[in-house]
Design a protein around this ligand. Structure first.
Ligand SMILES: O=C(CO)[C@@H](O)[C@H](O)COP(=O)(O)O
Ligand SMILES: [Co+2]
Length: 218
């Protein structure tokens, strides 16, 4: 059960101290948006390279960008611990996942709320994690979509059948009142932006979320 706070909800003018604040988390989730795949623009490789120099935890890069086949391997080469691309944007997801792994990072693919998982089950041998979006990608602070829980269950079952250690991540609206249903459905990596950085004590928020998830260890 791992917690990956999204720095999208942090103070972008103080990213170094915002990363230091989540030293007790497992990952720092970095939302890369290109204003094409999603209608929002955040940061790209140069900023990720700067974050890598100061982050106390490995970076979990979530690429909400067009043409991840071209750009995703660069994040792995830079030193990100995990690189997630969207299947909706990838022309050759197998080659992209292999390039990420060849560069030494964990590879993952993400599915938007309206995207079925079944056509992508065959990608499981190529990845280390599947991200089930629980909001429409593009913005932090949105409402959790409980209707994605059947998909989380479906991914967990497929991962079980497949074998090996493939993590199931949820991202979007994950908070104290929603994390337990995610964990119960089979998620084991939890992205949380506002539910971590929006709290008075960031370390307490991380510990509280972890404790809630651990009630449903599978
Ligand atoms: O990828 C995204 C949004 O597209 C997420 O990583 C959000 O940044 C999560 O923020 P909260 O919903 O937890 O506030
Ligand atoms: Co994200």
């Amino acid at each position: 059960m791992q917690i990956s706070p999204s720095i999208l909800a942090s103070d972008f003018a103080n990213l170094q101290s915002e990363l230091e604040a989540i030293a007790t988390a497992d990952w720092a989730h970095v939302d890369v948006m290109d204003n094409h795949f999603v209608p929002n623009l955040t940061l790209g490789l140069p900023v990720v390279e700067a974050l890598l120099k100061v982050s106390p935890v490995p970076l979990d890069c979530h690429l909400m960008i067009d043409d991840p086949d071209r750009w995703a391997p660069g994040y792995a080469e830079a030193g990100a611990g995990s690189v997630t691309f969207h299947v909706e944007a990838a022309a050759d997801p197998v080659a992209t996942a292999r390039a990420i792994r060849a560069a030494g990072a964990r590879a993952a693919f993400a599915v938007k709320p309206g995207t079925d998982f079944a056509p992508y089950e065959e990608l499981l041998p190529e990845v280390d994690m599947v991200l089930v979006m629980t909001v429409e990608p593009g913005f932090g602070g949105q409402s959790f979509m409980a209707d994605q829980m059947p998909k989380v269950r479906q991914v967990r079952e497929a991962v079980r059948r497949h074998g090996g250690e493939i993590w199931v991540q949820v991202d979007g609206g994950v908070a104290a009142d929603t994390i337990e249903q995610c964990a119960e459905a089979g998620a084991d990596v939890f992205v949380a932006g506002s539910a971590v950085y929006g709290k008075d004590s960031v370390p307490d928020a991380i510990a509280d979320l972890r404790a809630l998830a651990l009630r449903h260890r599978h």
